[in-house]
Design a protein around this ligand. Structure first.
Ligand SMILES: [Zn+2]
Length: 279
């Protein structure tokens, strides 16, 4: 049984944690597909952690070097201009304005040899539709967590081949933008969890192929697609850098690669904002 002194020490450490914590904030890029890092004031021992919402969706709040920050995911279809974050500090709830700028993402032409993966049959259309609904639910999953790690590692060793936000044209036809980061790796390359978390779902989807979702808490989720092999199960705890599967080209892929997505408060955002800047 812990002594009174040990217990007091532990309680003090718990209260000091937000004051000392260094969350490794992502780069702030207040643009569609980016992340707005909004300061919410100083951490103090007598005020609880603020809470925050964007359009009714809870938003991640973290402490970094004595300051609270809302870390807000901005979907690619976010309209540039003034936006409002709802912030609750103690008993007081107030609206906080922040600005979203513009960003022009380049176009990319992609050739998919399997035409059945571009122009879908009615059965595949129905399957893909069902899966999009399931994925939409997973993207909005929320678990309260004390210790969300925002300092990610690139989940596979390889060149970055397809950047986030590319406006894709499949076999000459405009399709949805690229909402992830592609890493060029051969089939069978180890794929690691980009931070500690819990496996939220593991499945084999029409477009994304064999896929793993890892939940890092507070609405921060990573997704790993086109895998050849899945080494984890839903509900399993994973560490940063732990192998979760092997890369491949399952689903709709023009060749073997890892597609990695980062989801924040339900929005797909640029994963490069979470990893050390590449030259
Ligand atoms: Zn991709």
């Amino acid at each position: 049984m812990p002594s009174f002194i040990t217990l007091t020490f532990r309680i003090c450490l718990f209260m000091l944690f937000p004051l000392l914590a260094h969350a490794g904030l992502p780069q702030s890029a207040s643009v569609p597909g980016g992340v707005a890092v909004v300061p919410l004031g100083s951490v103090s021992a007598d005020v609880a952690m603020p809470q925050s919402w964007l359009e009714g969706q809870p938003v991640l709040v973290t402490a970094d070097r004595g300051q609270w920050y809302a870390v807000v995911g901005l979907a690619l279809d976010t309209k540039p201009g003034a936006h409002e974050l709802l912030v609750k500090v103690g008993d007081e709830t107030k609206a906080m304005a922040f600005e979203v700028g513009t960003k022009d993402y380049p176009k990319q032409h992609v050739t998919i040899k399997d035409k059945g993966k571009v122009n879908l049959s009615p059965e595949n259309e129905a399957r893909a539709g069902r899966e999009i609904a399931v994925i939409l639910g997973l993207k909005h999953y929320w678990r309260d967590a004390q210790d969300t790690d925002l300092d990610f590692i690139l989940p596979a060793k390889g060149e970055l081949s397809g950047r986030f936000g590319l406006r894709r044209i499949f076999n000459g036809e405009p399709r949805n933008s690229h909402v992830g980061l592609d890493v060029a790796v051969d089939r069978g390359t180890p794929v690691m969890s980009s931070a500690r978390g819990r496996v939220l779902a593991v499945d084999d989807y029409f477009f994304n192929g064999k896929t793993i979702f890892v939940d890092h808490g507070n609405g921060l989720i990573t997704m790993y697609c086109h895998l050849d092999r899945l080494d984890v199960q839903a509900g399993q705890a994973v560490g940063k850098g732990q192998r979760i599967g092997l890369s491949g080209m399952t689903g709709r892929a023009s060749g073997p690669h890892l597609h990695w997505s980062v989801i924040l408060n339900g929005a797909m955002v640029d994963p490069e904002l979470f990893i050390p800047v590449t030259p």
